[in-house]
Ligand binder design. Structure first.
Ligand code: HXC
Length: 514
């Protein structure tokens, strides 16, 4: 064959594969409001940057008439490309081909690109849209999942791993996303569950829709399995691209810095916190008052909103924020918010992202529900994550810092590098009201006017403890700062921490309260 004919033959073969599962299946995909696997990849990556591999891979199954079946690309597309010039590895399951179900060769394609991303130390993006283990391929499908989970774990903390749920992700398949760093979901499109509605109906006799069982909102708000929620696939792709700009390619690098910029937030930082310490405010206003361009890219916005986490930039460099949110449950720590904060702290630590903690909380949430849900175990995660983190860690105590909450939110005692406090900070074992009722119980009970005496004692306690100066006198906080100086002081602390280098005792690994 002449070269020209060879090329024509190659093009013909490629065109055939590009048909995916065929017109009807693509129409069905579109009718569900979904893009095709290839369209998704092309939307996420820089124009013209996608290079596809293993296009001609075929399945090798022979049972259940599979030998008569042609499955283009075996239901998954893999390749490399760039996002704003940064290289990434990517795979996208193609639901139009046998429901994106995972058989032996499908899994081999995924594990090939996973190995590549780990070897090349670049982020991995996986788009999940699949009916799960390919039923006809039996144990080979299960083996495929095991190979993926093993690699997810191996790559954890080495390269960023991003999962995008754009269709069903059912049964054991959900454990790959769960092992990755960030999970993206889209309203009405993402469905994630271990056992589907039909199994639930059979076993428990309960009727539930896929949406109510494991739709995007469920995972963004209730389970905490999702980190980013979007209303459309295109919005989701913009979120992915934005995330890529905030994180490094791997754990030996820092995120790329961008042009420094001043905050643009209109409100003055000194006017954000209400004078009355019982009044709420939005901690995100303080973040926006100090970050470059007042930009804040929130992670897990809708789950456990009493703690706010996310990325911002200070003089062009990425920082992670871990903050109490006084607007929700007074910013308490509970099971979910502890999990949320702890995992993010570990992410930032693994990928060389300094952590700024903004603190305003009355402590851990009291109550039987929390105790029985394991607030001891969950609450310990945040202590562990901070104590273990070796990146620069800076705390600003805005207002309340009571009890275990004071210790947990990156206190000096957990080896924060810098602890600053606003003059409004109240650092004590517990709030003045509760403390006065316990410490001065006798005097209050015996007083002629117990209520008046209680107020006197609360004030006495406030004057003595509910301020930053007792902690400052012991060196537990480094500096009491004026709110309007916060950004300048943080920038300096970040600058002097840039080459921080510490190491702990030699060990195989710790045993965190998972
Ligand atoms: C083989 C599958 C498949 C599967 C879907 N298909 N899932 N083929 N193995 N697991 C095929 C269908 O036969 C169909 O082929 C095509 O994909 C499209 O599927 P539909 O059912 O027509 O689509 P839809 O109505 O949108 O329903 C999607 C679905 C449903 C809800 C995902 O297909 C479904 O329930 N699939 C099975 C889900 C499941 O139980 N998976 C196994 C989970 S256990 P044709 O040729 O008709 O177009 C598991 C264990 C992993 O994953 C354990 C790892 C540790």
């Amino acid at each position: 064959m002449s070269l020209k004919r060879n090329i024509l033959d190659l093009r013909k073969r490629k065109d055939e594969v590009l048909k995916g599962g065929g017109e009807k299946a693509i129409e069905k995909q579109m009718a569900m409001g979904k893009l095709t696997a290839r369209e998704r990849i092309l939307y996420i990556l820089d124009e013209g940057s996608f290079h596809e591999y293993d296009m001609f891979v075929e399945h090798v199954a022979r049972d259940f008439d599979m030998d008569k079946m042609k499955l283009h690309g075996d239901g998954v597309i893999i390749g490399t490309g760039t996002i704003y010039g940064s290289p990434v590895c990517i795979f996208a399951q193609d639901f139009t081909v046998a429901g994106g179900s995972l058989g032996l060769m499908h899994a081999r394609k995924i594990t090939k690109i996973m190995d590549h991303s780990l070897k090349m130390r670049v982020p991995l993006i996986g788009i999940n849209d699949s009916g799960g283990a390919r039923i006809q391929e039996g144990v080979n499908s299960l083996a495929g999942y095991g190979e993926i989970f093993f690699r997810n774990t191996l790559a954890s903390g080495v390269i960023p791993q991003i999962s995008v749920i754009l269709g069903p992700c059912a049964g054991g398949a959900v454990y790959s996303p769960a092992l990755t760093d960030f999970v993206f979901v889209v309203n009405n499109i993402s469905k994630m569950f271990i056992t589907g509605p039909s199994v639930i109906k059979t076993v428990l006799g309960e009727e539930i829709s896929m949406e109510d069982l494991g739709g995007a909102k469920v995972h963004a708000e209730v389970t905490g399995n999702a980190h980013f929620y979007a209303e459309s696939e295109l919005e989701c792709f913009e979120q992915i691209k934005k995330l890529i700009t905030y994180i490094p390619w791997n754990n030996t690098q820092k995120a790329k810095a961008i042009e420094p910029a001043k905050p643009t937030f209109k409100k003055k930082i000194e006017n954000i916190v209400p004078v009355d310490a019982k009044m709420p405010y939005d901690i995100r206003d303080i973040i926006k008052a100090i970050t470059d361009n007042s930009d804040f890219f929130e992670v897990m916005e809708y789950f456990a909103p009493n703690v706010v986490i996310g990325f911002g930039r200070m003089e062009g460099e990425t920082v992670g924020f871990v903050c109490n949110q006084p607007k929700v449950l007074a910013g308490v720590l509970d099971c979910d918010s502890s999990d949320k904060a702890a995992r993010f702290i570990r992410y930032c630590d693994a990928f060389n992202i300094p952590i700024i903690t903004l603190e305003d909380l009355p402590g851990y949430l009291p109550g039987v529900d929390q105790e029985h849900a394991g607030v001891i175990r969950h609450g310990a995660k945040i202590l562990y994550a901070y104590s273990e983190a070796t990146v620069a860690r800076i705390t600003v105590i805005i207002r309340k810092a009571y009890g275990g909450g004071y210790i947990a939110m990156n206190s000096r005692h957990l080896r924060a590098d810098f602890v600053f406090a606003w003059p409004t900070a109240e650092i004590a074992v517990m709030g003045p009201e509760g403390a006065a009722n316990i410490v001065f119980r006798k005097e209050i009970a015996e007083a002629e006017d117990p209520d008046a005496m209680r107020q006197v004692k609360i004030q006495e306690y406030k004057d003595k403890f509910a301020n930053p100066y007792v902690a400052a006198s012991k060196g537990y906080i480094d500096e009491v700062i004026e709110p309007q100086d916060t950004r300048r002081i943080l920038l300096h602390a970040l600058k002097v921490s840039a080459n921080k280098s510490i190491s702990g005792p030699k060990k195989k690994h710790g045993i965190p309260p998972f």
